[in-house]
Design a protein around this ligand. Structure first.
Ligand code: ADP
Ligand code: MG
Length: 796
């Protein structure tokens, strides 16, 4: 049995027809069972020296000499047949001169069961295997093609119920995967060996037999019987299935024209046969030469029909039939040469696996069903009821559409998230709303202005100025419409929780005033270079007062979506969301002020005491200097005696010093308190500002990453907008804001970085101060001075 090795060569075997006149001296089968040596006498007719021998040796895959039909099937056919049942394409082909035994090898003697050939044995094996392999469902079809004088003939066209050949006739056609098929060739489903054999005999009967000088039964045509096999696993409910084609080919005689000695019709037949076989040889040479990309399969019907059956993705076996008589030695040599060329053809068979689209869909549907069940279990466990994962109905889409509209109008605060499909639809509706809005704005602009391309706008604007009444709107590529008026902006969609609504409403009212101021401004960068707003110029070229212009421009309704100025929003924040921290801040400030006042008092006290000490000390020294000049006053015992004035000065100085020390101690404690209070106030303030900043950002839909960046104070990533831009503050708003920053001093929200820097400095200063204190002071318990003070509310 043949074993298929991927990447191996086509298997070639020699079979010789038995004859009483076997040319033993010319044909020698070597004992290895694979090699044939041929010795040829030089032809005396061609003027070459007589009795001179030339020898050739051919090493093939096997020699079938005096071998039974059964053994031939075993060595030639079985492996290919079994491969076909696994899904590999296979071809068994007989080549050789007429009368060499090709038909005998392929079909055999039809009248003798024992001498039946490869085809009936292959059909028997196929159905035997189909029966045994019960885990697979097989479907087998047969087709029988004859190529006669370059004409395709369906040998089974006579079978009852066979559809006739279509209008285009029969033709070899290329298939998607590189294979070929014959259009118009009937395919016959077969379920048993007997039915298959009936078709074989029917085809044999229909075969066109040409009269020939050598053998009246030999054929002048090529015949290809193809067994089409499809198999699906019964055990795996798989959408995958395998197919294969088993080609059993009986080629026409390969003898050369000169040998036939015939004329007329037979001559014509011989010409065609020679042509097709010589092209077969060319195709095989090309296949054997790995450097060649192109194989000339399409030159004849035979090679074209065998395109996917010669090597490549196919198990191919060739039987070279020879007629071993001395008179046939030239044909024998020619056949062996063809055989050795065929042996060089590489094959690399692979299973033809396919996916059934219908089954695949069914399988996926089943899987979806299962996953839905899985989801519903999860939903039940998570207490999510009434979830649906089906495509949204028209009613559901309409419902989402109205929700989005209400949300945009402000009558709906939130859209609840239900499912992925619903979220996708919400976004789709948002997109639609934006597009509609854009179109509306565009239409309104088109009504009032004449649109010109950007390239024209420079020239057009000059003309427009002279025309006066007719305005121009420049169209800037990639920027939509730019006009002399403020461009509508849809940058902000506020997501307000009910608690925030009030604050924002107040801001919207406040922003009205600013809006009016903005309208008079000239277009900013990104707006068309040359655009003239007709309503801003009258015929004398004088500028109109923008306040007097139509207030309801297309941009008007969108203006109300600008965020409120921070300073105003901050006031609201302090009153509502930030009220608690603001209260703590205020209380801490009160304590701080009180401590500061006490510090001032103590400083004054200490300074006064210091001044008194200085003056008393000076007076005492002056007195002593005076006494020194007069001589020392000594008691009776010889002890130095102080006079009254000097004594009172000395006592006063001591008292002052004690007082000073006490006051100084208190001063130092109070100073530490003030520093501590200041620190708490700063912390409260920073927290208030931070919380406000987050609240403000959240309220105006600044992307999460921008918020994170703002919180971290990190660098702004390219593509992200600075906070002013993200808040869509116009230039004048920024100026206004800058102004407010100073006006609101410490409590202004935009002063965050200022305060952060300030806090860091204070911390540094406190630290260095602590380091400079004396060891005694440093060991003083931290809260010792503070316990006497009113409670300080810490926010940390
Ligand atoms: P081809 O098809 O090559 O023209 P055939 O198969 O028709 O040749 O064989 C010619 C004749 O030789 C037939 O009568 C056939 O029975 C006989 N023959 C060929 N090979 C064998 C063989 N191996 N054993 C017995 N008879 C054979
Ligand atoms: Mg034949």
């Amino acid at each position: 049995m043949m074993i298929v090795h991927p990447g191996s060569e086509v298997r070639v075997l020699i079979r010789s027809r038995p004859t009483a006149n076997f040319a033993q001296e010319l044909i020698e089968y070597l004992p290895d069972g694979q090699t044939v040596s041929v010795h040829q006498r030089k032809d005396s007719r061609k003027g070459v020296v007589n009795n001179q021998l030339s020898s050739w040796s051919f090493r093939l895959d096997g020699v079938l000499h005096d071998v039974s039909q059964e053994e031939v099937y075993g060595r030639v056919g079985r492996g290919v047949v079994l491969g076909a049942l696994e899904g590999y394409n296979g071809t068994v082909m007989c080549f050789g001169q007429t009368g060499a035994g090709k038909t005998y090898t392929m079909t055999g003697a039809t009248e003798s069961y024992k001498q039946r050939g490869i085809i009936p044995r292959a059909l028997q094996e196929v159905f035997c295997e189909v029966e045994q392999r019960s885990d697979h469902a097989f479907s087998v079809h047969l087709s029988f093609l004859e190529i006669y004088n370059e004409t395709l003939v369906d040998l089974l066209a006579s079978v009852r119920g066979c559809p006739g050949v279509g209008p285009g006739g029969m033709a070899v056609v290329e298939e998607a995967g590189g294979g070929v098929s014959v259009r118009g060739l009937s395919l016959h489903p077969v379920h048993s060996e007997e039915a298959a054999l009936n078709l074989l005999f029917e085809g044999e009967m229909n075969r066109i037999i040409g009269a020939h000088a050598l053998n009246k039964h030999s054929s002048r045509s090529h015949c290809i019987l193809t067994v089409h096999i499809e198999s699906r696993s019964r055990t795996l409910s798989d959408a995958k299935y395998v197919t294969s084609k088993l080609n059993l080919v009986d080629l026409a005689g390969s003898e050369r024209l000169g040998k036939t000695g015939s004329g007329g019709q037979v001559l014509k037949e011989a010409m065609y046969i020679n042509k097709s076989l010589s092209f077969l040889e060319q195709a095989i040479l090309a296949l054997a030469d790995r450097r060649r990309d192109h194989v000339p399969f399409r030159q004849t019907k035979l090679t074209h029909a065998l395109k996917d059956s010669l090597g490549g993705n196919c198990n191919t076996v060739l039987v070279a039939n020879i007629y071993g008589e001395a008179s046939q030695i030239e044909e024998t040599l020619s056949t062996l040469r063809f055989a050795s060329r065929m042996k060089c053809v590489q094959m690399d068979p692979v299973v033809n696996e396919h996916t059934d689209p219908v089954l695949q869909v069914r399988k996926l549907e089943k899987e979806i069903q299962l996953l839905k069940q899985e989801l519903s279990i999860h939903n039940t466990l998570a207490n999510r009821m009434g979830m649906s994962y089906d495509t949204l109905s028209e009613t559901q889409v309409a419902e989402i559409q109205s929700q989005v509209r209400m949300y945009l109008e402000g009558s709906l605060d939130e859209i609840n998230i239900v499912s992925i499909r619903q979220i996708q639809e919400v976004f789709a509706q948002f997109k639609q709303a934006v597009q509609q809005q854009e179109q509306k704005v565009k239409d309104q602009l088109c009504q009032n202005y004449t649109l010109v391309e950007k390239a024209q706008s420079t020239a057009g604007s000059t003309a427009a100025k002279s025309r006066g009444s007719q305005g121009t709107v420049g169209v800037v590529e990639g920027h939509g419409f730019g006009v002399g008026l403020a461009v509508p902006s849809e940058r902000h969609i506020r997501l307000l929780s009910p608690g925030r609504t009030k604050a924002i409403k107040t801001k919207e009212l406040a922003s009205q005033g600013r809006k009016e101021a903005v309208e008079g401004r000239s277009p900013g960068p990104g707006k068309p270079v040359e655009s003239v707003n007709p309503v801003q110029r009258d015929r004398e070229g004088r500028k109109h007062d923008p306040q007097s212009q139509e207030p309801q421009g297309p941009q008007e309704p969108l203006r109300t979506d600008s965020p409120p100025p921070k300073a105003e929003a901050f006031e609201d924040f302090k009153a509502e969301r930030g009220s608690e921290i603001n209260r703590i801040l205020k209380e801490n400030k009160v304590v701080l002020l009180e401590r500061c006042a006490r510090l001032r008092e103590l400083t004054e006290g200490v300074n006064t005491a210091k001044r008194e000490i200085d003056s008393t000390s000076t007076a005492l020294h002056q007195w002593r200097d005076k006494r020194q000049s007069q001589g020392q006053f000594v008691s009776a015992e010889g002890v130095p005696v102080l006079d009254e004035a000097e004594l009172s000065l000395a006592l006063r100085l001591r008292e002052l010093k004690t007082q000073y020390r006490q006051q100084y101690e208190e001063l130092r404690g109070t100073k530490a308190e003030v520093s501590y209070c200041q620190h708490l106030v700063d912390q409260c303030r920073t927290r208030l500002l931070n919380e406000f900043e987050s609240w403000y950002n959240e309220s105006f839909l600044i992307p999460e990453e921008v918020q994170a960046m703002l919180r971290s104070g990190g660098p702004i990533r390219p593509g992200l907008v600075p906070v002013y831009k993200a808040l869509a503050l116009e230039e004048d708003e920024q100026e206004h804001f800058e102004h407010l920053r100073y006006e609101l001093l410490a409590d202004s929200p935009s002063a965050i970085s200022f305060y952060n820097a300030h806090n860091r400095t204070v911390q540094r200063r406190n630290y260095s101060k602590a380091m400079s204190q004396t060891p005694v002071q440093k060991t003083t318990p931290r809260g010792s001075g503070r316990t006497k003070l009113p409670a300080i509310l810490s926010v940390i």
